[in-house]
Ligand binder design. Structure first.
Ligand SMILES: N[C@@H](CCC(=O)N[C@@H](CS)C(=O)NCC(=O)O)C(=O)O
Length: 200
């Protein structure tokens, strides 16, 4: 199977980290694309033109990072999606917060890329930053839920925090969130995170 990704994409990073953590990376080829350039044929793989996408050996391609991650988990040797029960809801809630941070951060970045000067909608940007702040505050309040064996929830949160550091380094998130900062400092040292670091 083949994972189609872009090195700077935090959603694709989530899939790459998940593949490594669940032990599926041996079965995985990876191919970098530039989604914004609409590579020829890519919309046959992912009609909405985004990364990541997964070309499977046993079925049609999968796209949308959480779907890709869940399939990778089914192909791996170590389960990172907890079984049904409270731990699974905790992990899925962490994904919701992490994806919320990413969706708001990417939308904010797009606003800056596609508009200039007075055309930039500051009200829109402020709203995205509020979403990021509130989701980070939730993760800080629930930081003990991030302890324990690696789950997809931890992977998603780490990739969201990594994206903030990568694209929004000037906006400090650590000072008022010491537990989240300490957790991330440790998680960021995992080989899966180092190998997929967009800044490397
Ligand atoms: N919800 C999607 C978001 C993926 C996404 O937005 N990827 C960006 C890169 S960070 C992309 O490919 N953008 C190209 C586009 O929007 O056309 C997922 O989880 O896979």
């Amino acid at each position: 199977m083949k994972l189609i990704y872009a090195a700077a994409s935090p959603y694709a990073r989530k899939a790459r980290v998940a593949a490594i953590e669940c032990g599926a990376s041996d079965k995985l080829d990876i191919e970098a694309v530039a989604p914004w350039e609409d590579p020829a044929g890519y919309r046959d793989v992912n009609p909405v033109g985004k990364v990541p996408a997964l070309v499977r050996d046993d079925g049609p391609p999968l796209y949308q990072s959480n779907l890709v991650c869940e399939y990778l988990d089914s192909q791996g040797t170590i389960k990172i999606y907890p079984d049904p029960g409270p731990a699974r809801w905790t992990a899925l809630r962490q994904i919701a917060a992490a994806d919320g941070i990413l969706d708001a951060s990417v939308a904010e970045r797009m606003e800056g890329m596609f508009h200039e000067g007075d055309a930039i909608a500051t009200k829109f940007i402020d709203r995205q930053e509020l979403s990021v702040k509130m989701a980070l505050d939730q993760l800080e309040a629930e930081a003990t839920d991030l302890d324990g064996p690696v789950t997809i929830g931890q992977v998603a949160v780490a990739c969201a925090l990594g994206y903030r550091d990568f694209r929004f380094a000037e906006v400090d998130w650590r000072d008022s969130r010491p537990k989240l900062a300490a957790w991330f400092a440790e998680f960021a040292q995992r080989p899966s995170m180092i190998e997929t670091d967009p800044a490397a």
